[in-house]
Design a binder for this molecule. Structure first.
Ligand SMILES: [Fe+2]
Ligand SMILES: [Fe+2]
Length: 234
């Protein structure tokens, strides 16, 4: 039985509730855009199911926060719950969100949550991470399936040109979100039991995901991502 949770543990799980709301909202937005583009009902249903998964993750994260002794409501920054239209057109917004949020974000989420779950023994936290990890594999696959579909459409040339222009920006954003902390302070046993991980581990996992997932998956779709990755490192 893990010892009672610290304030840091509560804050992290409350932050995760907000992040899951954001994931649901962004997926709802992308799914609406795919509907407007006339994507197949199968792909649209996959998107709807993911939006619902993210709400389940929010509920499980909130249950963990409450079990850890938290009593506040999550702070939702409503302007961050969704993706604003860029003005570049429907197709460009779909490509950007698919690749940035799903091919990059949901792909690295799989090993991230696997590591968070590794030493996690607190009952509610473990239940949340079990479900989240199971779902993230399907969310990752949705991203790569959608990109593959986009590259099989008449707009494929535009999609490739957009990736040439923007992929380095997505990689840089990802590394800014996860990859900048190199200080090696580990979390406590208690924090690990509640599903937290040392900040520097995030950077290591992003680097490993480049080798194991990003490079080979982009290459399989005829996208040479190496320059974008190198540019995103700087
Ligand atoms: Fe999630
Ligand atoms: Fe997800």
């Amino acid at each position: 039985m893990p010892s009672p949770a610290s304030d840091r543990i509560r804050q992290e799980w409350l932050r995760r509730v907000e992040a899951e709301y954001r994931s649901s909202a962004i997926t709802q937005q992308l799914t609406l855009w795919l509907t407007q583009l006339g994507a197949s009902p199968d792909l649209i249903r996959d998107g709807l199911r993911i939006s619902d998964d993210e709400l389940a993750h929010a509920e499980l994260s909130f249950a963990t926060y409450a079990a850890a002794g938290g009593t506040d409501a999550p702070r939702l920054a409503r302007e961050t719950l969704g993706v604003a239209e860029s003005g570049d057109g429907l197709e460009a917004d779909i490509v950007r969100t698919t690749v940035d949020v799903f091919c990059l974000g949901e792909t690295v989420a799989v090993p991230l949550f696997r590591h968070l779950r590794e030493r996690c023994t607190a009952t509610e936290a473990r239940a949340a991470l079990d479900r989240i990890l199971l779902d993230e594999v399907r969310h990752r696959d949705f991203g790569w399936t959608t990109l593959e579909w986009l590259l099989a459409q008449p707009i494929a040339t535009d999609v490739r040109a957009q990736l040439d222009r923007e992929l380095s920006l997505y990689f840089r954003r990802l590394r800014n979100a996860y990859g900048r902390v190199r200080a090696t302070t580990d979390v406590t046993e208690e924090e690990a039991a509640w599903g937290l991980m040392a900040p520097h581990r995030y950077a290591e996992i992003v680097d490993r995901t480049w080798e194991r997932d990003y490079e080979p998956r982009f290459r399989k779709l005829g996208v040479d991502a190496r320059n974008a990755w190198e540019a995103g490192v700087g």
